[in-house]
Design a protein around this ligand. Structure first.
Ligand code: PNS
Length: 167
């Protein structure tokens, strides 16, 4: 019964992430989508609770998925829950460069391998940070994030605008 872990910041969840989640859920018996508590990249747009909620809502049709959160080392979390494999998506060559060392370190720390799915070509240029940048500059990101996530982004943007001084 292979149990896989798909870790990430999911700030926000994109259609690229969702594609990897759906394809992984079809291959592994059980998939834990693991949200890192403190993303190392800048100030997050969404809280842990909001990222958790978007993942839960967008995967509620998949029976073998659970959403969890972790802090600290991924290798420790994987050992703690007894998972067999880590899953990651690979978009472009530059992903490979950083993922290679990460996968080797994680295997060295936990004895758990990382398996990679090639991103769907439709999403090979989609990243959470790019989505946030385009969105905050007024671009249309509706093709790249699931509808519930777009709704949350619009709500967040409205709140930010309301807080902004008018002078
Ligand atoms: O979606 P992201 O931001 O690309 O996901 C990165 C993530 C969460 C997978 C990575 O930052 C991670 O594994 N963080 C946990 C800390 C850790 O284990 N670091 C050592 C990696 S060898």
């Amino acid at each position: 019964m292979p149990h896989a872990v798909y870790p990430g910041s999911f700030d926000p969840l994109t259609n690229g992430h969702l594609d990897v989640i759906r394809r992984s859920a079809a291959v592994f018996d059980r998939l834990t989508v693991a949200v890192v508590v403190n993303p190392q990249k800048r100030e997050p747009m969404f809280t842990l609770e909001e990222r958790y909620a978007m993942l839960t809502e967008c995967t509620n049709d998949l029976r073998n998925i659970e959403v969890a959160d972790f802090r600290g080392l991924l290798a420790d979390f994987v050992k703690e829950i007894g998972a067999d494999v880590i899953v990651k998506g690979l978009r472009v060559i530059s992903d490979f460069e950083s993922e290679l060392s990460t996968a080797l370190m994680n295997r060295s720390l936990s004895d758990v391998d990382t398996m990679f799915l090639m991103s769907d070509a439709r999403y090979s240029f989609v990243s959470s940070s790019l989505i946030k940048e385009v969105f905050l500059l007024g671009g249309d990101v509706s093709s790249y994030v699931p509808p519930p996530v777009l709704k949350m982004m619009n709500a967040r943007h409205k709140k930010l605008r309301a807080l902004r001084p008018t002078t």
